[in-house]
Design a protein around this ligand. Structure first.
Ligand code: GP9
Ligand code: MN
Length: 646
């Protein structure tokens, strides 16, 4: 019989190995046993937050969001290990209840506004009168399922704490464990935020699309970011502004808004105001053709009945469309970072609807997209619109681009407009011609197409087709205002909100226009949007070459409607004062003769296109631009109108 060599060492090793295995698995088992409560709460909370995500975007729910949800719950639960026994349980139950309340509140608010509750909404809750009444009708029985787990977990946990002898770790161990769990969650979360910040730089600060952001980072992370933004703004604003500074700003504005009357002073008093902000209407398409066909034939026709401003610049920053609204309605600069419509929604404003409302006007904002986008539902209250007809006010019978088609929106808006109590101030924002402009559904409904030739299926070509569609809808709308007689008793103001062609598609734009230069001055020349003002009987029609920007619209309207507002940074376009200039958020500016590009600290002579040296006059204009931006930021950060406006 073959002698079996017994290798004692091997056996000892094996036993030792098993012992270690046994010890380790025993230790893991003990850790699990004494942290079963954590595990249970983690699973329950994870399921709740995922369920919330599924409810707000059933068709767009992306499992990628599991990671940030996992991380956010890990961070929250990491604090529980600092507590012992009963205190830990109380912490876990309280967290569970708070999160459930937040989730149910967000679900109910989402049913009302297709948005998520932010600090701005909470802060302005008093403004959102309608929400309170709607809330009760919007709560559903299944919402209470978010709390059912508490009723099961509490008795279960009592039994657990009685039966399991929790190994109470020393404070040091608990602190180390807390730190490890907290850091794990933080690192994982930070990676998600970094990815979002790279893909959509302003989303975390401008909070333009809060629901979309929530889909990316999860509900708990959204509220953490929102709370951080809110606190950062509060801290920045907490330092009292010295009275001397306040008076400096006030007297600057007083001087800036003291303008002598002109031919247009009071010409529109008592008339309706119809402001139309057109999504991504960039000036280069006006009066242009492609393959023998006009891109915007309707606007080109209407230009001849309007005063058309062909040197009118958009001045938006991180808030894009919302910035265009903010400047046009308030003549304050956009926020230094993020979006004024989010950061300053709780401020006091002396906006156009507020001033016309004080004159007895009925004021309404109309837009076919979700009410909460760009925080409009909150901000329009602060701007004192009587009503905001958002997405829920329309029959969503046709979508082109982001949502309700311009055709359907403008038809339904017209039906509302003609019933408004006169005089009224109406503010319409279109939607279909929105980046990336590639939805040509509108053309399937029998609209004449545009042959964009070599640009077909490029962003540039899609834009031409998209704006061609919107031009048709605007033309029909303006024609109806005319044929119905509304135009006889109204001033119609139409302008683009911001650029359409981003810098990365500059080559197609320059190829189309035959542009040979490509310096900063040339690029800036294309950053214009059309501004058209239609007066009754087509009065004052013609082209106005004054260099102006969106900051100047309110002062221009104020002069025409006899609005006395001492707090505007822009200037009436009809007031041909010499010290007019267009200042951009990055402190670049133009005075119509010179263009200053801040990021290269370069001055250009607009006529010759050549770079020029800084003169004392130009240096003063540069310093004035920086000062104006600083004054606007201080006014908004410290909500100065709250003190100044009675
Ligand atoms: C959404 C629309 C688009 O309501 O105004 O805004 P934008 O993305 O252009 O800022
Ligand atoms: Mn826009």
């Amino acid at each position: 019989m073959k002698k079996v060599e017994i290798d004692n060492n091997k056996i000892i090793k094996k036993i030792r190995g098993n012992k270690v295995m046994y010890k380790t698995s025993n230790r893991i088992l003990n850790i699990l046993k004494s942290n079963l409560d954590l595990l249970l709460f983690f699973i329950v909370l994870f399921m709740k937050v995922v369920e919330y995500g599924k409810q707000i975007s059933p068709q767009y729910f992306d499992p990628e969001v599991f990671t940030p949800i996992f991380a956010s719950i890990l961070i929250l639960l990491s604090f529980s290990v600092l507590f012992k026994g009963k205190k830990r349980f109380i912490y876990l139950v309280v967290i569970d209840i708070i999160i459930s309340i937040i989730l149910v509140s967000d679900i109910v608010y989402f049913r009302y506004s297709e948005d998520i509750i932010s600090m701005g909404v909470v802060k302005n809750a008093k403004l959102l009168g309608g929400v309170k009444d709607a809330v009760y009708k919007l709560i559903k029985v299944q919402d209470f399922l978010y709390f059912v787990d508490i009723l099961i977990i509490v008795p279960l946990m009592r039994f657990y704490y009685e039966k399991i002898d929790m190994k109470i770790q020393s404070l040091l161990v608990r602190i180390i464990v807390f730190f490890m769990v907290f850091m794990t969650g933080t690192v994982v979360d930070a990676r998600t935020f970094k990815k979002v910040n790279v893909e959509q730089p302003t989303l975390l600060t401008a909070m333009s699309n809060k629901i979309y952001l929530t889909k990316l980072i999860g509900n708990l992370n959204f509220h953490a970011v929102d709370a951080y933004n809110y606190a950062a703004t509060k801290i920045k604003n907490s330092k009292q502004l010295p009275e001397s500074k306040k008076n400096e700003i006030k007297s600057y504005l007083k001087k800036n808004t003291t303008e002598s009357p002109n031919k247009f002073t009071g010409v529109a008093a008592g008339k309706n105001l119809i402001m139309i902000q057109v999504e991504a209407l960039q000036q280069f398409v006006i009066n242009k053709q492609i393959n023998g066909k006009e891109i915007t034939p309707n606007l080109n026709k209407w230009l001849n009945k309007c005063m058309y401003f062909d040197n009118y610049f958009y001045q938006v920053a991180g808030g894009t469309t919302a910035d265009a609204e903010f400047m046009s309605l308030n003549s304050f600069y956009p926020a230094e970072s993020g979006a004024a419509y989010y950061t300053y929604a709780g401020d006091t404003f002396n906006s156009i609807p507020k001033e016309l409302g004080d004159k007895g006007y009925y004021t309404a904002a109309l837009h076919g997209y979700t009410e909460g986008f760009w925080n409009r539902n909150v901000m329009y209250k602060s701007e004192k619109f009587d009503d905001f007809f958002g997405k829920s006010s329309y029959n969503i019978n046709e979508n082109v681009g982001l949502g309700l088609s311009d055709k359907s929106f403008l038809n339904q808006a017209f039906d509302k407009l003609k019933k408004f109590k006169q005089p009224y101030d109406s503010f319409l924002i279109t939607l279909s011609s929105h980046y990336p402009y590639n939805d040509v559904t509108g053309y399937e409904n029998g609209m004449d197409t545009l042959d964009v030739g070599e640009y077909k299926n490029t962003l540039f070509g899609d834009y031409l087709e998209g704006i061609h569609y919107t031009d048709k809808q605007l033309g029909d709308f303006l024609d109806k205002l005319e044929s119905s007689g509304i135009a006889d008793n109204s001033v119609i103001v139409l302008y683009g909100d911001h650029f359409a062609i981003p810098k990365e598609n500059m080559n197609d734009l320059y190829k189309f226009t035959g542009e040979t230069n490509n310096d900063d001055l040339t690029w800036y020349k294309y950053q214009k949007v059309p501004l058209m003002i239609h007066f009754p009987d087509n009065a004052n029609s013609g082209v106005n070459h004054t260099y102006a920007g969106q900051m100047d619209l309110y002062p221009t309207i104020a002069n025409m409607f006899n609005i006395k507002n001492d707090y505007m940074f822009g200037k009436d376009i009809f007031n041909n004062n010499t010290d007019r200039k267009v200042t951009f958020r990055n402190a670049s500016f133009t005075d119509g003769n010179t263009f200053y590009v801040s990021w290269t600290n370069t001055y250009y002579d607009i006529k010759t296109g050549s770079k020029i040296k800084e003169t004392p006059e130009l240096k003063k204009k540069k310093d004035d631009s920086v000062k104006e931006l600083e004054y606007s930021d201080e006014l908004l950060n410290h909500n100065l109108l709250k003190e100044w406006v009675k």
